[in-house]
Design a protein around this ligand. Structure first.
Ligand SMILES: O=c1[nH]cnc2c(O)cc(-c3ccc(F)cc3)cc12
Ligand SMILES: [Mg+2]
Length: 214
């Protein structure tokens, strides 16, 4: 059985990246996915916007929805202070196992926990099972149809506090219109749009930041 694209991404990281060096893992994935096979990593253009927002927030507890190969988990975790941690939810078992290996190569396994399953099933478990009080930062990068319902679920589960930051990828392409409508018309959120481009392409995309006002 021939390998999957995600397995080929792991191969190139494992062969070319410097072990324990997150930046070299990111560069390796971006190089491979821009030159050989497109893949849905947040990429280096939107990644720079993500970096700035994470650095400004300096979060202690981060939730990511949609791990894929672990690129954005590495991008975020490399910026976190020593005790801070990132929980990332992935429903595809193959992606979860590949991400685990790539995050390990980056040397960030002690900061990142991959939770395998559907976001709607895991979010209600975060407080009791994963000892989360509230979330400082949430990166939404999973299935666009789940952005809005998962945002409602996070609030219902008491996981958002005054100042919690939601950052959503792909709000222009493939698009998350219901999510934009929900947060932009909701007084409990302060929204900012960050225009950019689809990873490795010249297609317009954007990220949306929604700060929870409590
Ligand atoms: O499904 C996605 N999850 C998370 N991020 C994505 C992402 O950044 C891009 C895309 C995507 C982009 C172009 C296309 F033609 C088809 C799919 C999907 C996801
Ligand atoms: Mg994305």
């Amino acid at each position: 059985m021939d390998q999957s694209k995600e397995q080929r991404i792991l191969n190139t990281v494992s062969y070319n990246a410097v072990k324990g060096d997150p930046e070299s893992v990111m560069k390796c994935i971006d190089k491979y996915c821009s030159q050989y096979e497109w893949a849905m990593n947040v990429g280096d253009e939107k990644g720079l916007i993500l970096d700035k927002i994470v650095e400004e927030a300096d979060p202690s507890v981060v939730l990511e929805l949609g791990t894929y190969c672990g690129y954005s988990a590495i991008r975020i975790a490399r910026l976190l202070k020593p005790k801070a941690r990132l929980l990332t939810i992935e429903f595809n078992p193959e992606f979860a196992s590949i991400a685990k290996e790539i995050i390990d190569i980056a040397g960030l396994s002690d900061k990142v926990t991959i939770l395998e399953g559907h976001s709607e099933d895991i979010i209600p478990q975060l407080k009791k099972k994963y000892e989360v009080e509230t979330l400082d930062f949430v990166f939404l990068d999973h299935w666009k149809e789940r952005y809005a319902p998962d945002t409602v679920l996070l609030e219902e589960c008491g996981l958002l506090r005054k100042g919690s930051i939601l950052l959503a990828d792909n709000v222009v392409f493939p698009g998350a219109p219901e999510f934009l409508k929900y947060v932009r018309n909701n007084q409990r959120f302060e929204c900012t749009s960050y225009p950019s481009h689809l990873e490795y392409m010249q297609v317009e995309d954007a990220m949306e930041k929604a700060v929870y006002l409590g």
